[in-house]
Design a protein around this ligand. Structure first.
Ligand SMILES: [Zn+2]
Length: 120
């Protein structure tokens, strides 16, 4: 992904995350990136690494498509049976703590999906 640093206009590179994937944005000029921007860039990089079903769910939420636009595979893999299931995933994906890779890891595991999307 080609993006420039908003502070110095220099190139952005990507450092390794805890899983060894290059998803952590770093300004080559040494600036400290705004945390919200860094989190957003990381989400974009992670989205490149997830399975098609996960990508489909995330892009549906990003584009505000209705639940009816989801494929049967998405509904099954993410245990979406009713409006409540859908809204939990929807709000998680729209939240600042959203991680495409964490969501991808939870695919097919109802308990993991519930843990991930739990809101207090
Ligand atoms: Zn910079």
């Amino acid at each position: 992904m080609e993006t420039n640093c908003p502070n110095c206009g220099g190139d952005l590179g990507y450092g390794k995350d805890e899983n060894g994937n290059y998803t952590i944005p770093i300004c080559q000029g040494g600036c400290k990136l705004d945390p919200d921007m860094a989190a957003g860039l990381r989400q974009v990089m992670e989205l490149e690494l997830v399975r098609p079903t996960t990508k489909r769910l995330v892009t549906s939420v990003f584009f505000d498509l209705p639940k009816e636009a989801l494929t049967p595979a998405v509904l099954v893999d993410f245990e979406i049976h009713d409006k409540e299931d859908w809204l939990r995933l929807y709000y998680y994906i729209k939240s600042s703590r959203f991680s495409p890779m964490a969501l991808d890891k939870a695919l097919g595991n109802k308990d993991a999906i519930m843990d991930l999307t739990f809101t207090e």
